[in-house]
Design a protein. Sequence first.
Lengths: 116, 115
Amino acid sequence: AQSVSQHNHHVILSEAASLELGCNYSYGGTVNLFWYVQYPGQHLQLLLKYFSGDPLVKGIKGFEAEFIKSKFSFNLRKPSVQWSDTAEYFCAVTPYSGGGADGLTFGKGTHLIIQP
Amino acid sequence: GAGVSQSPRYKVAKRGQDVALRCDPISGHVSLFWYQQALGQGPEFLTYFQNEAQLDKSGLPSDRFFAERPEGSVSTLKIQRTQQEDSAVYLCASSLTQGARYEQYFGPGTRLTVT
């Protein structure tokens, strides 16, 4: 079975600082990778996803993530954070199934607080 | 159209009571998922439906948990004889069809507290 590890449970940054949130997964085969975000009082929503091809993927709101297969990592980055980026961030993985059932395996999440 | 909706948003149950949690997926979405999110944790997969067929129930923690989607639209997650460890937020998600390449859209969740 696959698992996901997010190393930073709480991160506090000032506006305009650069962000990198770590995500490592454990699975022996091909995977699909995701970052989800939950803003205060809102639903979980997809930030970005990686299936294949260019390992650097861009998502909404200026976020990007890089898949490094040799390190089993999929770290989330943003060059300059804003106060509105305050949220809970979840990394998730599914085995590549080519169309079968695809329940997501999530990490425990990183609570990001941006100070004005 | 409207997103995924769940009801009730909050539920308090006494230990031993049965509860039923409802999920209305996005209209036309074939796939439906249930997740359980304990406090301070990420969501954990419970079960998956494709239309009315429950294709994966490997994440259901015990035989007290039961899910159904009889007409391939609305789904109900039922928990019998609730225990304190069942306290969590229960999330429902739907996607257009099967396959990870189709985004899962999440509902607001039902927060269950067992006293």
